[in-house]
Design a binder for this molecule. Structure first.
Ligand code: CAA
Length: 387
């Protein structure tokens, strides 16, 4: 087994590290405080090719692989998780699904401006009454008599980048009697009449990643905006989440790394009872446990990305590997952020340092793109074949 990265992978890792540390990290505290969307930083991330890493250059992206994507994500998240949420959703929940299932015209119109960061994409699956139980959706899409368009009515909630998005990949019921098999995916322009955005949600963490509810009041969508086939929407949504969860795993690795690196530095510098606290066994145990979990989370995330590359080449799915990586990495981010606050004592609890932000940001990785409970359900179902 060869753990070395290719030249392209090393290049994007280095470029993302430089951008993250020089541009994002110095602004992260202010964006966390204000909750403002970091539009200029995201525009610059687009110029650097981070908004469509796996999108071919012909459609405005960087034309790199899933491993490059997770390397970039770890670097951005180590500087600020909120920025990495915006970038992850744009790449994996939005662009990748359209690339896989879209027509040439759909890719040109809906991917090219988003992969280059000129426009922002979002993903509309969750509804007020259905988070984990995703197929229990009430948003309806009714086909016109002549088949030329659909009329969409309903509400989507917790939409990452919803307040600023130009396009949405939306899932709606075209045949409610068929349950999950009655869901269809649509590409919607967010300036269409009848699209109403709710207020930006105030959140515990990833505060600069704008989130809102979006109501669709009889929104007319042309028939050629169906992604894939009618009734294929739920399988498309789940396939996209198989990839999206790898992005969240990489985000969690980034948060865990930031918490770990700060803790090692502090353990060497902070003295108590006449010695650096890093010489005390109770601190050493915390650092050793953080290091083991961080390395394991990173390796699981890279394995998931690698299985995604293989699945793309040879067919097949990376469902289990994506869920294993997301579950383990998100719990690692929470563990490392928790330990980091403890190692820093009062300073860990202070807004003067980023530890409390890592702690607040880490929590979301155990919730979105499928809670830890849903990841365990997916893994167990895949392993046993039982429902
Ligand atoms: N790939 C392709 N098809 C899949 C699939 C996958 N990974 N998973 C399921 N399917 C197919 C199934 O094969 C099945 O089709 P068949 O009957 O033909 O076999 C169909 O989809 C229905 O599957 P299930 O019966 O397993 O569906 P379920 O209702 O039991 O739900 C679930 C399964 C795993 C619980 C699913 O609902 C789920 O993942 N829930 C969590 C939703 C989630 O992650 N939401 C996150 C929202 S996005 C977000 O958070 C974005 C953000 O802002 C960052």
């Amino acid at each position: 087994m060869d753990f070395r990265l290719t030249d392209d992978q090393q290049m994007i890792q280095a470029a993302a590290r430089e951008f993250a540390q020089e541009v994002i990290a110095p602004t992260a505290h202010e964006f966390d405080k204000s909750g403002e969307f970091p539009a200029e930083n995201i525009r610059r991330a687009g110029e650097l090719g981070f908004m469509g890493v796996e999108v071919p250059e012909a459609y405005g992206g960087s034309g790199l692989d899933a491993i490059s994507f997770v390397l970039m994500m770890e670097e951005i998240a180590a500087a600020d998780a909120a920025h990495s949420t915006i970038i992850s959703v744009n790449n994996s929940l939005y662009c990748n699904g359209i690339l896989e299932h879209g027509t040439e015209a759909q890719k040109q119109h809906f991917v090219t401006p988003v992969a280059s960061g000129r426009k922002i994409g979002c993903y509309g699956l969750t509804e007020p009454q259905s988070g984990s139980d995703a197929s229990n959706m009430r948003t309806r899409a009714v086909k016109s008599a002549d088949g030329s368009h659909y009329v969409i009515t309903g509400k989507k909630s917790w939409i990452t980048s919803g307040p600023v998005a130009d396009f949405m990949l939306l899932f709606a019921m075209t045949d409610p009697a068929k349950g999950a098999k009655g869901v269809t995916a649509f590409l919607v322009e967010m300036d269409s009449p009848g699209v109403v955005r709710g207020k930006t949600e105030p959140k515990l963490g990833i505060r600069a990643s704008a989130t809102c509810e979006i109501e669709f009041q009889e929104v007319k969508v042309p028939g050629d905006r169906v992604l894939g086939r009618e009734g294929q929407g739920f399988a498309i949504a789940m396939g996209i989440l198989d990839a999206g969860r790898i992005g969240i795993a990489a985000q969690a690795v980034g948060i865990a790394r930031a918490a770990y690196d700060a803790s090692v530095a502090y353990a060497k510098e902070r003295k108590a009872f006449g010695s650096p606290i890093g010489s005390f066994q109770m601190i050493q145990q915390k650092l050793a446990d953080m290091k083991c979990r961080l390395d394991a989370a990173r390796l699981l995330t890279l394995r998931a990305a690698w299985t995604k590359v293989e699945a793309k080449k040879n067919g097949g799915r990376n469902t289990t590997e994506g869920s294993v990586a997301k579950l383990y990495a998100s719990e690692t981010a929470m563990f490392c952020a928790h330990q980091a606050v403890q190692i820093h004592g009062g300073m860990g609890y202070s807004k003067e340092m980023p530890l409390e932000r890592y702690f607040r940001d880490a929590k979301i990785t155990e919730i979105y793109e499928g809670t830890s409970e849903i990841q365990r359900l997916v893994i167990a179902r895949q392993e046993t074949g039982l429902r």
